[in-house]
Ligand binder design. Structure first.
Ligand SMILES: NC(=O)c1ccc[n+]([C@@H]2O[C@H](COP(=O)([O-])OP(=O)(O)OC[C@H]3O[C@@H](n4cnc5c(N)ncnc54)[C@H](OP(=O)(O)O)[C@@H]3O)[C@@H](O)[C@H]2O)c1
Length: 340
């Protein structure tokens, strides 16, 4: 399996390390060897048809900040070269790990469209293109008879999407609700401490590396909303995008509101919710003994089913290595379905 990796940051580098470490295990267990033949970052790319030397490419990135300096085959970008690299390549799979962009989905959207249009399977950790255009991208994949997979976009390594798709055939899932963003959950958990305002809790989350320097996507609810779009389309075949979701973030929450909720045995959490005919993201009061009510950076998702009752999955929701694990799961699934 020849792979183009677009984006070589936290998730991209973690994926290369996991693939390098687990290579023999994957060959033995699944009968194929995933080989990174091209890696692209914001400045350039490197290529080796026989498979890139992973320790060398990681060392190059660390030393020079770009894979364009990879000995022998590193190149700086020129204009349109990113999508041309994808379309001209003979690789079977594109793994998309460029930054999430909720305005126009780029550069991930063009990368994914180009890959599917030139009959390559796609595994994306990048939510932006799915949040904006998931129904159209699934249709393009179906039309080209290729796979579009995205396990790492929701729940990091916790298999929320696979659980619903693979473990519950035949059951009707009526509603879904959950905590899908570790950063905001950490902030709200810390704000239960009376002396911590939103700003202080956010600063603490940034110091610990849970929140980005620009935390807008997380605290204003866009990250949760993008995940709700992905779940709604994949698990409930809703055909929706980000603009169909009512979104309220947590930046205006006051410590007094949290304390009032606590006094009545509840907590305030940023809840993503999919009902029969609507979907929303907003801070909600939720009883402390509800299984969805998890603390710190944990994620939890509750599926309300017609016959089996409420089923809740809990796990860590992000992190480079965990997301890499979800990407490997997707690569194995693609291999199982298609002899690539
Ligand atoms: N980190 C997580 O825990 C996590 C979990 C789930 C999903 N995700 C998603 O996975 C994606 C990657 O996350 P990350 O944390 O790895 O981000 P990151 O560390 O910021 O890495 C992004 C990578 O994309 C590269 N890039 C930027 N613009 C590009 C372009 N136009 N063409 C090619 N490459 C480009 C960057 O290049 P440079 O290296 O040159 O800057 C960098 O290598 C995001 O969409 C994120 O939302 C992340």
């Amino acid at each position: 399996m020849r792979i183009i990796l677009a984006g070589f940051g936290t998730v991209g580098q973690a994926l290369t390390k996991v693939l390098h470490k687990d290579e023999q295990r994957i060959v033995q267990a699944y009968g194929f060897r995933p080989q990174l033949t091209t890696i692209v970052d914001s400045q350039g790319s490197c290529f080796d048809e026989a498979g890139l030397d992973i320790p060398l490419v990681l060392k190059t990135k660390e030393k020079y900040g770009t894979v364009a300096k990879y000995p022998g085959s590193g190149h700086r970008n020129d204009g349109n070269s990113r999508t041309r690299i994808i379309s001209d390549s003979e690789a079977e799979v594109v793994v998309e790990t460029t930054p999430t962009n909720y305005k126009d989905g780029e550069p991930g959207l063009s990368n994914i469209k180009t890959a599917l249009s030139t009959r390559k399977h796609v595994v994306t950790a990048n939510k932006g293109p799915l949040a904006l255009a998931m129904p159209a991208l699934l249709e393009l994949a179906r039309h080209r008879n290729r796979q579009l997979r995205f396990s790492g976009t929701v729940g990091g390594g916790t298999p929320f999407l696979d659980f619903a798709a693979k473990c519950m055939p035949g059951e009707k899932i009526a509603r879904i609700k959950g905590i899908l963003n570790g950063t905001t959950n950490y902030i709200l958990t810390r704000m239960e401490n009376p002396s911590l305002t939103f700003q202080k809790a956010l600063a603490e989350a940034q110091k610990k590396g849970y929140a980005e320097k620009d935390p807008t996507h997380d605290v204003e609810g866009f990250d949760t909303a993008a995940k709700i779009v992905i779940i709604a389309n994949w698990v409930l075949t809703k055909g929706i995008s980000l603009r169909d979701i009512k979104i309220t973030g947590i930046s205006k929450i006051k410590p007094q509101e949290l304390r009032k909720a606590q006094a009545s045995g509840a907590r305030i959490k940023l809840i993503g919710r999919i009902e029969e005919s609507s979907a929303s993201v907003r801070p909600e009061e939720i009883q402390a003994d509800d299984p969805t009510c998890v603390p710190d950076t944990l994620n939890a998702l509750t599926f309300s089913t017609e016959h089996a009752g409420d089923i809740t999955l809990v796990g860590p929701g992000a992190g480079g290595e965990r997301t890499a694990s979800a990407i490997v799961r997707d690569l194995v699934s693609i291999r199982k379905e298609y002899a690539v």
